[in-house]
Design a protein around this ligand. Structure first.
Ligand SMILES: [Zn+2]
Length: 243
């Protein structure tokens, strides 16, 4: 009797969790592969949601069948590498796997990691509580969680004070064609391996509303007990040691 009662409670809890979990996501997509696409979206969401200590209850994911529809939503012409976007209204726009194949330089298999990357942006925004996240930290963490850019491909050129240079939109745009994503991903990977992912989360939740590099250096020091510039040098040493 008691076991049956507990089982009832367990089933109720299970249903509640399933409904609670799926209700966090609104998926807009029409296509023959809708079942698989929705499964991938849920999988990426579940993976990222487990990592961040914050909840987001109103995410919309819009999957576009064509680049024209994607560009129209973003209100701009998009280049063939641009396949997804996350905005601060908790919305993700992404090309469908078929559209990736036909209208991008990415393979279909990039659909799931790209979703993981974009969900990571949404959760990082929420964790920052209105704080401005330096670009290298935001992109680097998204790349890390999506398991993208984790290895040095060929040789790499890194400038001194790269965190300062890759922190702002202006700097990011300047260096985007000069391994900005890769340097950011490798540096975040280094920080996580050396000091843990908890420290990265602590750093993101400690940021100011207005990003200003000298202030960021102080916040970094407070969280890590290390000078940012010295940490950058340790990172370069670690890459060269693994040659
Ligand atoms: Zn990104």
């Amino acid at each position: 009797m008691e076991a049956a009662f507990l089982l009832d409670k367990f089933i109720f809890l299970l249903f509640f969790l399933i409904i609670y979990n799926t209700s966090m996501l609104k998926i807009l997509y029409k296509g023959e592969d809708a079942g698989r696409v929705k499964k991938d979206i849920q999988k990426a969401f579940d993976f990222v949601a487990k990592i961040f200590p914050v909840k987001i209850s109103n995410i919309t994911v819009c999957v576009h069948n064509t680049r024209a529809s994607y560009g129209k939503k973003l209100n701009k012409e998009t280049e063939d590498w641009n396949i997804a976007n996350a905005n601060d209204n908790n919305r993700i726009d992404i090309l469908s796997p078929e559209a990736l194949l036909k209208e991008s330089c990415h393979p279909k298999s990039d659909f799931l990691p790209t979703l993981t990357h974009e969900f990571s942006h949404l959760f990082a925004f929420r964790l920052a509580k209105g704080g401005a996240i330096p670009l290298w930290l935001n992109e680097g963490l998204s790349e890390y969680l999506a398991k993208q850019d984790q290895k040095v491909q060929g040789v790499l050129y890194i400038e001194n004070n790269f965190c300062e240079k890759l922190g702002t939109m202006k700097g990011w745009d300047k260096y985007i064609n000069y391994s900005a994503y890769q340097i950011s991903a490798l540096f975040v990977l280094f920080l996580i391996k050396k000091y843990s992912i908890e420290k990265i989360k602590e750093l993101i939740s400690s940021l100011d509303k207005v990003y200003y590099y000298p202030r960021f250096e102080k916040i970094f020091f407070k969280v890590y007990g290390k000078d940012l510039n010295e940490t950058e040098k340790l990172f370069i040493d670690s890459i060269n040691k693994n040659k």
